[in-house]
Design a protein around this ligand. Sequence first.
Ligand SMILES: *[C@@H]1O[C@H](CO)[C@@H](O)[C@H](O)[C@H]1NC(C)=O
Length: 463
Amino acid sequence: MIFSAAVVLLGMLVSTSASGTGTSLDPCVPDDCGIGATSCVFDVKLVAVGNAVAYFEFDACPGVQQPTLGLKRDVTYRFNQYDSTNIMHPLGLAYYTDGAHNDVEELEPTIVPPGTTSSCDTNNGCPAPMYYQGETFQGNFVASGGGGADFGLDAYEPFFKYPDFAWGGPDAGPNTIPAVSPSGVAVTAPLNWNMRITQTATDFDQDFFYFCHIHTGMSGRIKQLAADGTILSPNDFPALFPASLYPAPEYKVVSTGQEQICGTVGLNTFFEDTHNGKCPTSFICTEGLSFDTESANFNECLDAMDCAMQFNMIIVPNATDPIVTFVHSMVPHHINAIQMCKTLMQTGLEDDAFLALCWNIVNTQSLQIMEMNEYLASNSIPEGSAKCFDTPAAALAGSANNNGNSEPFSNQEPFFISITVFVAATFVVAVGSFFAARRYFEGNEEANVVGGKSVKMVDDNAL
Ligand SMILES: *[C@@H]1O[C@H](CO)[C@@H](O)[C@H](O)[C@H]1NC(C)=O
């Protein structure tokens, strides 16, 4: 009895210390990566849960959204992107969140790690990911100056945009062989894409990040470890998803609370019949009917996300630019498609055709959201339009603007509400424009601080 308890306890200790829990205090490390190991392996796949797209999952710490990884200096880590869920998600490494998506530096042979005095750039020797197909290096980089700075990304990344038959379908395991490469070259070896990193800069202890070269918002932290596993830089620096760059909360949150049954983020205040005053009606009619648990969960999620979409699509249109109005309306619409698919996958979806369909929706529509938001950014327009509820009506009602929560409108039509708000706003402007404008800007400022002015699929109060 005592013996078996000791064995169980030992087993727990070993399994905990071997792989970590994926937090900053207890980073995720490969199982085979003890003291003295010189090469370690992470198997990578993606799970369509949480944040804007999906999260990278590492076999060493399954189920952890956006896990923090632990990497030792001078040890070579191999990230196997064999699983077909890696399609559209070539893994990169950057010194700051999201790398080139934010015009910040990535790990490259010619980029000196920030805060160091290294001259690694003179011989292409700075720490950088190296991209492989199986055992074949895809670049022409040779350490210590030979060959140039090509570390293989230009060959690697295009394959990840390739149709999924290159991977053999959603459950195919190791990559299968496509007929031709994206550049038209016949491919005869298994794909087995993998990225490898050996961090050799001795004066660089700071955290860095993994990210997706195609999608923003999928970054996770990497903490550097000493040979014995001690964390070199206990502070979480630089920030992951700094608020200045990521006002939209969906990028930086994992599913919590009720929304976990949906696999989404941002739904927690849109549930139940009342939808917290955000929607006038139920989007599903379940009265008198009975459902199994899976279906009941799906229905509840659908109701919440449909309310969120409607709530976020009631917007103030742009006076001169229909594209702006289109983007402000289409982004919540796309988010709904993505969320519906995440929720369908959460039901334990096993239908291969629907799995492929849903991954396609998640990957491509999130990319389209990025593209649409780029139009706004290039015109210096905030991602989230002013919503009809972000008007002086809240000031008129004498309560703080918190995106309509102070104005529950159950049993009324949104159109009617919009008209009412419009009339009220006009009245306020006419009577006291200075007062109204001041309250308006105060209200917007508060909303931005709390939850961001972006696509607003997340209710501010949820955070
Ligand atoms: C409306 O669109 C135009 C053109 O893209 C832009 O300059 C303007 O700032 C937009 N207005 C608002 C309120 O976003």
